[in-house]
Design a protein around this ligand. Structure first.
Ligand code: NAD
Length: 248
């Protein structure tokens, strides 16, 4: 199994893409930490689903990624339970579907706090155990919005473009410690995040995508597992679009 004996923290993994990454990593043999902010019932459902498959190395951890102390406590609890941290997937994110002119200052701040400062908090909290072992994998979930300007996603695109910058810098800063850092840039994926689009908008987006459909969480999870495994050991600093050709 690709991730046998590894330990992975996946932020925002009670639903959507994060949920599938947690499931796929557990199925690949990893101990998984399912971080969630408020969806206790959904997080417990993922844990039960994995346990029903005989995958019992699951830790649920409630905490918002923009809460620095909570993320430090999550890293500590992970090391206590599983002995280390091998993989960090920074998946938690929020989409503010607004034009810049309509974006209020507190909405702008909230986007930055969750999508960028949240990643900073999680990386800072998880780095020491990776550095000590001279081995680690960081996978940041960015977005196609960081690659092409999609109107109505000003704050969101700004945060995801920032995440791409952080990914590139960290890949160089951490290479000497045996840690790879990559970002996934999903296009439109079928989750609660894209369920907000009405039929007309969805059709407009389909027309823009060469493969003429939205992707599934599995499309993102497969790449996350690959990058986190030994098979991805020579890939770092990359922003990998998984978008049906949207960004081409
Ligand atoms: P989603 O809304 O279903 O899931 C987002 C998850 O993040 C939820 O579980 C939510 O509770 C969690 N989250 C939000 N704020 C949090 C916080 N402060 N602390 C902890 N968890 C928090 O959306 P999704 O589509 O599964 O999105 C997952 C990631 O993929 C996000 O980073 C998103 O930007 C990115 N993405 C999604 C799409 C898409 O089309 N669905 C496209 C590009 C990028």
């Amino acid at each position: 199994m690709l991730l046998q004996g590894k330990t992975a923290i996946i932020t925002g993994s009670s639903r959507g893409i994060g949920r599938q990454i947690a499931i796929s990593m557990a199925e690949a043999g990893a101990n998984v930490v399912i971080n969630y902010r408020s969806g206790t019932e959904a997080a417990e459902e993922v844990k039960s689903l994995l346990e029903a498959k005989g995958l019992t190395n699951v830790l649920l951890f409630q905490g918002s990624v923009d809460d620095k102390e909570a993320m430090e406590a999550m890293a500590k609890a992970t090391v206590e339970r599983f002995g280390g941290i091998d993989i960090l997937v920074n998946n938690a994110g929020i989409l503010l579907p607004k034009f810049l002119m309509m974006t209020k200052p507190d909405e702008w701040d909230q986007s930055l706090n969750v999508n960028l400062t949240g990643v900073y908090n999680c990386i800072k909290a998880s780095l020491r155990p990776m550095i000590e072992r001279k081995c680690g994998r960081i996978v940041n979930v960015s977005s196609v919005a960081s690659l092409s300007g999609i109107p109505g996603q000003a704050a969101y695109a700004t945060t995801k473009a920032g995440l791409n910058g952080l990914t590139r810098v960290l890949s160089k800063e951490l290479a000497g410690f045996g840690i790879t850092v990559n970002a996934l840039a999903p296009g439109f994926i079928e989750t609660d995040m894209t369920a907000i689009f009405n039929e007309k908008k969805t059709k407009e987006y389909y027309d823009m995508i060469p493969l003429k459909k939205f992707g599934k969480p599995e499309d993102i999870a497969n790449m996350a597992v690959f990058l986190a495994s030994d098979q991805g050991q020579y890939i770092t600093g990359q922003i990998i679009a998984i978008d049906g050709g949207l960004s081409v």
